[in-house]
Design a protein around this ligand. Structure first.
Ligand code: CDP
Length: 217
Protein backbone atom coordinates (compact mmCIF):
# COMPACT_ATOMS: atom_id res chain seq x y z
CA UNK A 1 0.00 0.00 0.00
CA UNK A 2 1.24 3.48 -0.87
CA UNK A 3 0.11 6.61 0.94
CA UNK A 4 1.03 9.88 -0.79
CA UNK A 5 1.15 13.14 1.15
CA UNK A 6 1.83 16.38 -0.70
CA UNK A 7 1.61 20.04 0.17
CA UNK A 8 3.56 23.26 0.67
CA UNK A 9 6.33 23.85 3.22
CA UNK A 10 5.35 24.02 6.87
CA UNK A 11 1.84 22.59 6.49
CA UNK A 12 2.61 19.58 8.67
CA UNK A 13 3.12 16.89 6.04
CA UNK A 14 6.31 15.39 7.37
CA UNK A 15 5.02 15.34 10.94
CA UNK A 16 1.87 13.52 9.86
CA UNK A 17 3.69 11.23 7.45
CA UNK A 18 6.24 10.19 10.06
CA UNK A 19 3.66 9.46 12.73
CA UNK A 20 1.22 7.57 10.56
CA UNK A 21 4.03 5.49 9.07
CA UNK A 22 5.06 4.51 12.57
CA UNK A 23 1.49 3.74 13.67
CA UNK A 24 0.81 1.61 10.59
CA UNK A 25 4.25 -0.03 10.54
CA UNK A 26 4.94 1.40 7.08
CA UNK A 27 8.22 2.74 5.70
CA UNK A 28 8.44 6.54 5.85
CA UNK A 29 10.04 8.10 2.78
CA UNK A 30 10.82 11.80 3.16
CA UNK A 31 11.42 12.82 -0.45
CA UNK A 32 12.26 16.42 0.50
CA UNK A 33 15.18 15.09 2.53
CA UNK A 34 16.52 13.47 -0.65
CA UNK A 35 16.55 16.78 -2.52
CA UNK A 36 18.12 18.40 0.53
CA UNK A 37 20.87 15.75 0.66
CA UNK A 38 21.69 16.33 -3.01
CA UNK A 39 21.81 20.07 -2.37
CA UNK A 40 24.26 19.54 0.49
CA UNK A 41 26.52 17.46 -1.73
CA UNK A 42 26.40 20.07 -4.50
CA UNK A 43 27.35 22.81 -2.04
CA UNK A 44 30.20 20.78 -0.59
CA UNK A 45 31.52 20.09 -4.07
CA UNK A 46 31.04 23.74 -5.01
CA UNK A 47 29.00 22.81 -8.07
CA UNK A 48 27.24 25.84 -9.51
CA UNK A 49 23.41 25.59 -9.42
CA UNK A 50 23.37 26.53 -13.08
CA UNK A 51 25.65 23.67 -14.05
CA UNK A 52 22.82 21.23 -14.65
CA UNK A 53 24.98 18.63 -16.37
CA UNK A 54 27.35 18.43 -13.39
CA UNK A 55 24.45 18.31 -10.94
CA UNK A 56 22.73 15.47 -12.77
CA UNK A 57 26.00 13.57 -13.05
CA UNK A 58 26.50 14.04 -9.31
CA UNK A 59 22.95 12.84 -8.54
CA UNK A 60 23.50 9.68 -10.62
CA UNK A 61 26.52 8.73 -8.57
CA UNK A 62 25.00 9.49 -5.18
CA UNK A 63 23.68 7.05 -2.62
CA UNK A 64 20.87 8.24 -0.41
CA UNK A 65 19.49 6.00 2.33
CA UNK A 66 16.65 6.70 4.72
CA UNK A 67 16.79 4.81 7.99
CA UNK A 68 13.53 4.65 9.93
CA UNK A 69 14.40 4.66 13.65
CA UNK A 70 12.12 2.83 16.10
CA UNK A 71 11.19 6.15 17.80
CA UNK A 72 9.75 7.32 14.42
CA UNK A 73 12.64 9.71 13.73
CA UNK A 74 14.42 9.41 10.43
CA UNK A 75 18.15 9.19 9.72
CA UNK A 76 19.36 10.45 6.35
CA UNK A 77 22.54 8.93 4.91
CA UNK A 78 24.31 10.65 2.05
CA UNK A 79 26.91 8.28 0.59
CA UNK A 80 26.82 6.42 3.94
CA UNK A 81 27.39 9.61 5.98
CA UNK A 82 24.78 10.80 8.49
CA UNK A 83 23.55 14.21 7.27
CA UNK A 84 20.27 14.30 9.22
CA UNK A 85 21.13 17.57 10.97
CA UNK A 86 23.04 19.38 8.26
CA UNK A 87 20.35 19.19 5.55
CA UNK A 88 18.08 21.50 7.57
CA UNK A 89 20.60 24.36 7.55
CA UNK A 90 19.45 27.65 5.94
CA UNK A 91 22.17 27.39 3.26
CA UNK A 92 20.55 24.18 2.01
CA UNK A 93 16.98 25.44 2.32
CA UNK A 94 17.88 28.51 0.27
CA UNK A 95 19.10 26.43 -2.68
CA UNK A 96 17.09 23.24 -2.62
CA UNK A 97 14.19 24.38 -4.80
CA UNK A 98 16.56 25.51 -7.54
CA UNK A 99 18.14 22.08 -7.62
CA UNK A 100 14.81 20.24 -7.32
CA UNK A 101 13.42 21.99 -10.39
CA UNK A 102 15.98 20.38 -12.71
CA UNK A 103 14.37 17.69 -14.84
CA UNK A 104 17.33 15.27 -14.81
CA UNK A 105 17.64 15.56 -11.03
CA UNK A 106 13.95 14.72 -10.64
CA UNK A 107 14.33 11.71 -12.95
CA UNK A 108 17.07 10.26 -10.77
CA UNK A 109 15.03 10.86 -7.60
CA UNK A 110 11.88 9.43 -9.18
CA UNK A 111 13.67 6.15 -9.83
CA UNK A 112 14.95 5.97 -6.27
CA UNK A 113 11.58 6.91 -4.74
CA UNK A 114 9.69 4.32 -6.78
CA UNK A 115 12.23 1.63 -5.96
CA UNK A 116 11.99 2.35 -2.24
CA UNK A 117 8.20 2.62 -2.27
CA UNK A 118 7.83 -0.75 -3.95
CA UNK A 119 9.88 -2.52 -1.30
CA UNK A 120 7.22 -2.29 1.39
CA UNK A 121 4.02 -0.55 2.39
CA UNK A 122 5.10 3.08 2.47
CA UNK A 123 4.13 6.63 3.29
CA UNK A 124 5.84 9.19 1.06
CA UNK A 125 5.70 12.93 1.54
CA UNK A 126 6.74 15.64 -0.88
CA UNK A 127 5.39 17.85 -3.63
CA UNK A 128 4.71 15.48 -6.54
CA UNK A 129 4.04 12.11 -4.93
CA UNK A 130 0.33 11.83 -5.79
CA UNK A 131 0.74 13.50 -9.17
CA UNK A 132 3.95 12.01 -10.60
CA UNK A 133 5.83 9.55 -8.38
CA UNK A 134 2.86 7.33 -7.42
CA UNK A 135 -0.18 8.52 -9.37
CA UNK A 136 -1.80 5.16 -8.49
CA UNK A 137 -1.22 5.56 -4.74
CA UNK A 138 -3.88 3.87 -2.60
CA UNK A 139 -4.52 7.07 -0.65
CA UNK A 140 -3.54 10.61 -1.53
CA UNK A 141 -3.61 13.62 0.73
CA UNK A 142 -2.93 17.27 0.10
CA UNK A 143 -2.03 18.90 3.41
CA UNK A 144 -2.28 22.66 3.55
CA UNK A 145 -2.41 25.46 6.12
CA UNK A 146 -2.68 29.23 6.04
CA UNK A 147 0.57 31.02 5.27
CA UNK A 148 0.89 32.74 8.67
CA UNK A 149 0.40 29.45 10.48
CA UNK A 150 2.99 27.74 8.30
CA UNK A 151 5.47 30.52 9.09
CA UNK A 152 4.79 30.17 12.82
CA UNK A 153 5.28 26.41 12.78
CA UNK A 154 8.49 26.50 10.78
CA UNK A 155 9.89 29.30 12.96
CA UNK A 156 9.23 27.31 16.13
CA UNK A 157 10.71 24.15 14.60
CA UNK A 158 13.94 25.84 13.51
CA UNK A 159 14.29 27.77 16.77
CA UNK A 160 14.10 24.44 18.57
CA UNK A 161 16.94 23.23 16.34
CA UNK A 162 18.95 26.20 17.63
CA UNK A 163 18.95 28.21 14.39
CA UNK A 164 19.46 31.94 14.52
CA UNK A 165 16.58 33.06 12.30
CA UNK A 166 13.76 35.61 12.31
CA UNK A 167 10.11 35.15 11.31
CA UNK A 168 10.89 37.38 8.29
CA UNK A 169 13.56 34.92 7.14
CA UNK A 170 10.97 32.15 7.25
CA UNK A 171 8.37 34.22 5.41
CA UNK A 172 10.83 34.92 2.64
CA UNK A 173 11.93 31.31 2.42
CA UNK A 174 8.41 29.88 2.29
CA UNK A 175 7.26 32.42 -0.31
CA UNK A 176 10.31 31.78 -2.44
CA UNK A 177 10.09 27.98 -2.31
CA UNK A 178 6.30 27.82 -2.70
CA UNK A 179 6.69 29.99 -5.76
CA UNK A 180 9.50 27.96 -7.37
CA UNK A 181 7.92 24.61 -6.40
CA UNK A 182 4.47 25.42 -7.77
CA UNK A 183 5.51 27.17 -10.98
CA UNK A 184 8.32 24.90 -12.18
CA UNK A 185 7.91 23.08 -15.46
CA UNK A 186 8.48 19.51 -14.25
CA UNK A 187 6.35 17.95 -11.51
CA UNK A 188 5.17 21.19 -9.91
CA UNK A 189 3.48 21.21 -6.53
CA UNK A 190 -0.25 20.89 -7.11
CA UNK A 191 -3.15 19.05 -5.64
CA UNK A 192 -3.91 15.78 -7.44
CA UNK A 193 -7.56 15.73 -8.45
CA UNK A 194 -8.20 12.65 -6.37
CA UNK A 195 -6.26 13.82 -3.28
CA UNK A 196 -8.09 14.39 -0.01
CA UNK A 197 -7.58 18.04 0.95
CA UNK A 198 -6.91 18.77 4.62
CA UNK A 199 -6.46 22.27 5.98
CA UNK A 200 -4.46 21.87 9.20
CA UNK A 201 -4.45 25.56 10.22
CA UNK A 202 -6.56 24.93 13.31
CA UNK A 203 -5.62 21.33 13.97
CA UNK A 204 -3.23 19.97 16.60
CA UNK A 205 -0.76 17.28 15.54
CA UNK A 206 -2.96 14.64 17.13
CA UNK A 207 -6.03 15.94 15.31
CA UNK A 208 -4.19 15.98 11.96
CA UNK A 209 -2.93 12.43 12.48
CA UNK A 210 -6.37 11.15 13.47
CA UNK A 211 -7.99 12.84 10.52
CA UNK A 212 -5.57 11.28 8.04
CA UNK A 213 -5.88 7.87 9.74
CA UNK A 214 -9.68 8.08 9.61
CA UNK A 215 -9.48 8.09 5.80
CA UNK A 216 -7.07 5.15 5.71
CA UNK A 217 -8.67 2.75 8.15
O1 CDP B 1 10.10 20.31 4.96
P1 CDP B 1 9.97 21.42 3.98
O2 CDP B 1 8.56 21.72 3.71
O3 CDP B 1 10.83 22.59 4.28
O4 CDP B 1 10.51 20.93 2.60
P2 CDP B 1 11.06 19.53 2.19
O5 CDP B 1 9.94 18.54 2.16
O6 CDP B 1 12.25 19.23 3.02
O7 CDP B 1 11.49 19.78 0.69
C1 CDP B 1 12.52 20.68 0.38
C2 CDP B 1 12.38 21.08 -1.08
O8 CDP B 1 12.61 19.94 -1.90
C3 CDP B 1 11.04 21.62 -1.52
O9 CDP B 1 10.91 23.02 -1.29
C4 CDP B 1 11.05 21.31 -3.02
O10 CDP B 1 11.77 22.27 -3.75
C5 CDP B 1 11.83 20.00 -3.07
N1 CDP B 1 10.96 18.83 -3.19
C6 CDP B 1 10.48 18.49 -4.43
O11 CDP B 1 10.72 19.21 -5.39
N2 CDP B 1 9.75 17.36 -4.60
C7 CDP B 1 9.45 16.58 -3.57
N3 CDP B 1 8.74 15.47 -3.77
C8 CDP B 1 9.91 16.91 -2.28
C9 CDP B 1 10.65 18.06 -2.10
Amino acid sequence: MIIAIDGPAGAGKSTVARIIAQKLGFLYIDTGAMYRALTLKALERKIDVNDTAALIEMARSTNIDLINNPDSSLKILLDARDVTGSIRQPSITRLVSDIAKIKGIREVMLGLQRRLGRLRDSVLDGRDIGTVVFPDADKKFYIDAEFEERVKRRYKELKELGQNITPEDIENDLKNRDNIDSTREFAPLKRAEDAIYIDTTNLTIEEMVNKVLSYIQ
